[in-house]
Design a protein around this ligand. Structure first.
Ligand SMILES: O=C(CO)[C@@H](O)[C@H](O)COP(=O)(O)O
Length: 227
């Protein structure tokens, strides 16, 4: 199944005092989705924001909101993120305690469900829940912070997930350290949703379109889809 290339810039490294300018700028610059990294200071060693930020961003763009929950447990908050306007809600396989139930709940809330795995987690962790997911998110850095270096070894895992999900309508997202230099390997491995934080926001709103275009073109050239 051919999956469209999607760029999902993360607002994690944005100036939150200027979130309107950032989100509208990313929208105009050609973002396919807006990626929101929710961190709890427990599952990951950093705290970012919660459903109120999702609600604020929802008012700023009609683009799909891709909400990545790095929180444990996630279940008590799924309804709040759905109500705030998330379109895709992704939970970590490592966050527990009941991954299957979390994914069922996201679908029951009428949202697209994603499962994420950390760099050290094997793809076998997602295999039992493939019937319940619309997206598998492969972390290419250890979660918690923007601006880290891409871990190339995860590309082999992306390839294996591509084989595991062949014929299914499941997007493969890669997140962490994505730049115009690393996007080619990620796309060649089979990731079709590229999350970029610092490389997308670098230089401010006047640079967003160039930043996104550089990542998109690098990925498209690598997969032979660039016209
Ligand atoms: O989930 C995370 C980090 O935990 C990511 O979404 C990063 O925030 C992406 O930022 P860059 O690595 O592209 O700077």
């Amino acid at each position: 199944m051919t999956r469209p290339l999607r760029l999902a810039p993360s607002i994690l490294s944005a100036d939150f005092a200027a979130i309107g300018e950032v989100v509208r700028g990313l929208d105009l610059a050609g973002a396919d989705w807006i990626h929101l990294d929710v961190m709890d200071g427990h599952f990951v060693p950093n705290i970012s924001f919660g459903p109120d930020m999702v609600r604020a961003v929802r008012r700023l763009t009609p683009k799909p909101l891709d909400v990545h929950l790095m929180i444990a447990p996630a279940d008590p908050y799924l309804a709040a993120f759905a109500e705030a306007g998330a379109d895709v809600i992704t939970v970590h396989a490592e966050a527990g305690p009941h991954l299957h139930r979390s994914l069922q709940t996201i679908r029951a809330l009428g949202k697209r469900a994603g499962v994420a795995i950390n760099p050290a987690t094997p793809e076998s962790a997602v295999e039992p829940v493939l019937d319940l997911v619309d997206l598998v998110l492969v972390m290419s850095v250890n979660p918690g912070f923007g601006g880290q270096a891409f871990i190339p070894a995860v590309c082999e895992k992306v390839r294996r997930i591509g084989a595991m999900t062949a014929g299914r309508d499941i997007e493969i997202e890669i997140d962490g350290g994505i730049t115009a230099e690393t996007a080619p390997d990620a796309a060649r491995a089979g990731a079709n949703v590229l999350v970029a934080g610092s490389a997308a926001l670098r230089g401010g709103p006047e640079r967003y379109a160039d930043n996104l275009q550089a990542i998109r073109q690098a990925a498209e050239r690598a997969t032979g889809t660039w016209a």
